[in-house]
Design a protein around this ligand. Structure first.
Ligand code: NAP
Length: 445
């Protein structure tokens, strides 16, 4: 990190003790920003970095609900409204037992730059709860979502703060959350949540957008080396929304995807993942990877190690933070990996990212590579504002253009700062400049 940024980073550590994922996310951005701060002293003069690291508003609340046995349960809810320089706060809700303030702040901080990169008018925010939807009945999930929204609704609005899904929050949860918002406010305010069902204000291609966008970004990176996904072997981690549609798009571009996973283990399928079976198990039956192995003779389930042990040309981490470590990177490198694109947020540990970059592997950071999800959420907001519904083809075309533009802007910015091919630097600087310039324009607020 440039010495000019060290005191600001030290202050972040002091003011946010114990929030290790948040520290990691800030460091990753700060590591890129030295040259921008040198060229633009106005940012330091106006303390833009210090202001960027401090969320505009942080809400923490109790979520009481009753389980199917009549017992009272208590969870903790969060919404961090991080930065509204470019538009209303926008970012998903995560329901997972590992959620605490440091996770929500890391995700919210990343979201500021990601949303700026899309070129659409959205600020950055994130929220969630330590509630675990696994093993809960639909009725329990509904009661939890209703209680969660009974507090959160007062902070939301289509011009204020617009949540969406993330880990543990999909179409079912968004339905319960939207229903409760509508009931409390007596307003059919479609643009207050994204990821809605197609019949009630949702956008076609939103479900597919993050996974598709990640693969489009990977394809754009490969093109710079005269290559493509066609005929490549691909490893995907995770078995949720992002992973499933990364598999779908990679297969559509001619790749052979040989892995996916969940927290119980991973699948290797040398015949290529059977997408219909994967969707049925994960989207319909809410099953586990073992169910896939039981129903497909070419597949085996592995409980030890990670998908990164499987030799591939392209790696798409699509599960969770810090799931691809330095040790994993060494295995991927020894197997000749060409490209890594992050479908998940911060899935690659810092040492692994450095190993990839030093080895000349194409490395697409999440805030660029997985921005297709939030970009399509912004397209959903556009459709809601216009009382309109676009076709799948039109929406996918917009998504593709946005991803191609994000890739081009990251590549051009990296080049401008003397680090061609460094997408981490390109993404961080391009996103930062947009937000910082808007913050300067608004004065000290
Ligand atoms: P999801 O549908 O809930 O799926 C998450 C998948 O990752 C599940 O298969 C889950 O397995 C696995 N997973 C989660 N935590 C894990 C852990 N600690 N260890 C091992 N496996 C774990 O969530 P998603 O929407 O696909 O999100 C995946 C990643 O993409 C997250 O980093 C999210 O922030 C990021 N992202 C999502 C979107 C979006 O539009 N959804 C947009 C941008 C970025 P289990 O079911 O066994 O827990």
């Amino acid at each position: 990190m440039d010495s000019a940024l060290e005191p600001v980073f030290a202050q972040v550590l002091r003011r946010n003790p114990g929030e290790v994922e948040f520290h990691q996310a800030v460091r990753e951005v700060f590591d890129s920003l030295g040259p921008v701060i040198k060229r633009n002293p106005q940012y330091a003069d106006a303390a833009v970095l210090e202001r960027l690291c401090e969320p505009e508003r942080q809400i923490i609340f109790r979520v009481p609900w009753v389980d199917d046995n009549g017992r009272v349960q208590i969870n903790r809810g969060f919404r961090v409204e991080y930065n509204s320089a470019l538009g209303p706060y926008k970012g998903g809700l995560r329901f997972h037992p590992s959620v605490y303030l440091g996770i929500i702040k890391f995700l919210g901080f990343e979201q500021i730059f990601k949303n700026a990169l899309t070129g659409l008018p959205i600020g950055g925010g994130k929220g969630g709860s330590d509630f675990d939807p696994h093993g809960k009945s639909d009725a329990e999930v509904m009661r939890f979502c209703q209680s969660f929204m009974t507090e959160l609704y007062r902070h939301l609005g289509e011009y204020t703060d617009v949540p969406a899904g993330d880990i543990g929050v999909g179409g079912r949860e968004i339905g319960y959350l939207f229903g409760q918002y509508k009931r409390i406010t007596n307003r059919y305010e479609s643009g207050v949540l994204t990821g809605k069902g197609i019949g009630w204000g949702g956008s076609l291609a939103r479900t597919e957008a993050t996974g598709y966008g990640t693969v489009i970004f990977a394809e754009e990176m490969l093109k710079t080396r005269g290559q493509s996904l066609d005929g490549k072997r691909v490893a995907v981690s995770g078995g949720g929304n992002v992973a499933i549609y990364a598999v779908e798009k990679a297969q559509a571009l001619g790749a052979k995807v040989v892995t996916f996973s969940d927290s119980s283990g991973y699948i290797v399928d040398e015949a290529g993942i059977d997408l219909a079976l994967l969707k049925d198990i994960k989207e319909v039956r809410r099953g586990r990877v073992a169910d896939y192995a039981a129903e497909r003779s070419s597949a085996r389930m592995v409980s030890e190690g990670t998908v990164w042990d499987v030799p591939v040309d392209v790696a798409l981490p699509c599960a969770t933070q810090n799931e691809l470590t330095g040790a994993d990177a060494k295995v991927l490198l020894s197997n000749g990996v060409l490209a890594v694109a992050e479908g998940a947020n911060m899935p690659t540990t810092p040492d692994a990212a450095v190993l990839f970059q030093d080895a000349g592997v194409l490395f697409g950071p999440g805030k660029a590579a997985n921005a297709g999800g939030v970009a399509t959420s912004a397209l959903e907001m556009q459709q809601n504002a216009g009382r309109d519904a676009w076709t799948f083809e039109h929406t996918e075309e917009r998504l593709t253009t946005i991803m191609v533009d994000i890739h081009a802007s990251c590549a051009a910015t990296a080049e401008e700062y003397g680090h061609p091919g460094n997408y981490v630097m390109g993404a961080n600087i391009a996103g930062f400049r947009k937000v910082a310039d808007a913050m300067l324009a608004f004065g000290l607020i």
